[in-house]
Design a protein around this ligand. Structure first.
Ligand SMILES: [Cu+2]
Length: 102
């Protein structure tokens, strides 16, 4: 099945490209634990009930994050426990990476 590795390569290539513009963002050092509440593909947003984000002095809460690359929305669905990276730009918070919690 040669199609799978190629698709994976394409995925990571897209991911890398998507993260390039985020280099200028203020990035949280730690991966944040959370649970996905809602995935809004049309608006490239994801609602996550998250734990404390120490880097941004943010207590646990449920909030909406912008997602720079919609491919990140394929990594999780409502109800999934996840760990994710957060960046801040102009007071808005964006998800830079997301993975299912082990
Ligand atoms: Cu929050």
């Amino acid at each position: 099945m040669p199609a799978l590795p190629i698709r994976r390569l394409a995925f990571f290539a897209l991911l890398s490209l998507a993260l390039l513009p985020l280099a200028s963002w203020s990035q949280s050092d730690d991966k944040v634990a959370g649970e996905v509440r809602k995935v809004d593909r049309d608006n490239q947003k994801i609602t996550i009930k998250h734990g404390e984000i120490k880097s941004f002095d943010m207590p646990p809460m449920t909030m909406v994050f912008t997602v720079k690359d919609p491919v990140l929305l394929d990594a999780a669905k409502p109800g999934d426990k996840v760990r994710f990276g957060v960046a801040r730009e102009d007071g808005k918070f964006g998800v830079t990476a997301i993975e299912l919690a082990p």
